[in-house]
Every structure is written in C-alpha cells, then in structure tokens.
Design a protein around this ligand. Structure first.
Ligand SMILES: [Zn+2]
Length: 254
C-alpha cells in the first residue's frame, strides 16, 4: 500500500502542469539592480525580504520578453462588472481593490484582462498589418509593433493576473491608455494603495530597460499583498524582486 501511495505521489509530482518557475528564470544581474537603485543596500534588502517569498510562488509568475510562456494558459476565469475576463483565483483581492478605491472616492473600470496566447498573437498581427497599411515596410512595421505590443508568448495578460484599469476621472479627459493617466487621482491612489490589496504598477517609470516595457500607469498585476508592499516600499519591479529572492536562495545554498 505504501508503495502504491508513493507511486501515486510521484505521479502527481511528475504530471502536475509546468509553471514558469520550473524553467530557469532569466533575471537582472545584481549590478543592474544596484545601478537602477543607487539608494538601496542590496544585502539589507535581501535580509528584509518576506520570509515566505519564493520563486515557486504561482502569484510571482514572471512573463516578459526574456521569460516566455511555454505552455497553454487556460484557467478558470472570472469577469469584471464590464465583462473583462481575469483569473478566478484573484476574485477576492480584485473586488476588494475596486471596493477600496470606491470608499476613497475613485471609480475604476477594467479595460483589458486575461488574453490567451492566440489572442495576443492576433493583437500583434493586427497592429503589424495596421502599421504596414500606413505605408511602412515589413521590417519597420515589425520594429514599431514590437515596441508597443508584446509578442504572442510574452504578454503578462496571459497569466490572468494582469488587469488594465482606468478611473472615470481620467475618462472625462480622454480615457485612452496614455501615460498622462499616471497624474490623475485614481491612478495615484492605485499606485499608492493598490499594494494593500496585492496589486502593483507592473511597468514603473525609469525601469523600462529591466521590464522591457514603457511606463504603464494603467497596468496592474496581482502578486499578493506582502510582496506588493515590499516592491512598493522600495520601488522595485517584479524582475528585481525575483532576482533578490534568487540571490537569497543562492546565498543560503552555499
Ligand atoms: Zn496591460
């Protein structure tokens, strides 16, 4: 019986779906983090990391140009009031975020949430075709498309943990996904208070070379409150936070 149980456990272990953490993560070097955060002491930061912070945490799933999605990402979905899909795993914190914002007078709506790899591929294709229809040759059109649209397998929206949010305060002045939104009261509230609910501004201004994306004050990513608060306190992006965890792990295994 014991043997059967252990074979069963082994089978679960072998056949559980691969998560991003089972691949080798490509993360910024220590020197890069030092260069971008000259006011921080990296050793002290590593010391201060939340004890449970782990590269295996599914809410710290990293998707970017260096860390692509290798498996399909079907998942149970929930829908915002406006019908935008996102991971059913984060209904509670997402609804708490929306309610918390309202209590402070900020009314938010989701613009975009979960996208499958296939949908992202279609988005990329559509923008590429649009650029070419405006007279650009293929290579130039591809260059500009790639600058603004994530490749099919490199969009964080495919994790279901990323939601583009705007406030109605900004809606009156345009309502587009524009960096100027970052100056509006609802965006400032989200950037400052969102961490309490587990959400971070994923693409910070000044960290473009690390994230691979321009500043996006509307793109929020769920990572869990403890991690989000740490990142907000020290103005770190997810890539940097994961690199710190990796450095801690490597130091501990020495
Ligand atoms: Zn987004």
């Amino acid at each position: 019986m014991k043997k059967i149980i252990s074979i069963f456990i082994l089978a679960i272990f072998l056949f559980q779906p691969l998560s991003a953490s089972s691949q080798e993560l490509i993360l910024p070097e220590r020197e890069t983090i030092e260069a971008y955060n000259p006011e921080l002491n990296i050793d002290e930061l590593i010391e201060a990391l939340p004890e449970g912070a782990s590269l295996e945490d599914p809410y710290l799933w990293l998707v970017n140009r260096d860390n692509r999605i290798t498996d399909p990402t079907e998942m149970p979905l929930a829908y915002t009031g406006g019908g935008i899909p996102y991971s059913a795993e984060i209904v509670e914190p997402f609804e708490a975020l929306i309610t918390g914002a309202e209590l402070d007078g900020h009314y938010l709506y989701a613009v975009s949430g979960y996208r499958s790899v296939a949908q992202q591929a279609a988005n990329f294709e559509a923008r590429l075709n649009q650029n070419m229809s405006e007279g650009l040759d293929y290579d130039t059109a591809y260059y500009y498309t790639d600058m603004f649209v994530a490749p099919a397998d490199a969009s964080e929206h495919s994790t279901g943990l990323a939601i583009d949010l705007l406030g109605y305060d900004w809606d009156q002045y345009g309502g587009d996904l524009h960096q100027a939104y970052g100056q509006y009261p609802s965006a400032i509230w989200l950037a400052e208070e969102g961490d309490e609910y587990g959400f971070i501004v994923r693409y910070l201004d000044g960290k473009q070379d690390i994230t691979g994306y321009e500043y996006e004050p509307w793109h929020f990513r769920y990572v869990g409150a403890e991690h989000a608060q740490f990142m907000n306190d020290y103005n770190l992006v997810l890539e940097e936070y994961l690199a710190l965890i990796q450095m801690r792990d490597e130091a501990q295994s020495e």
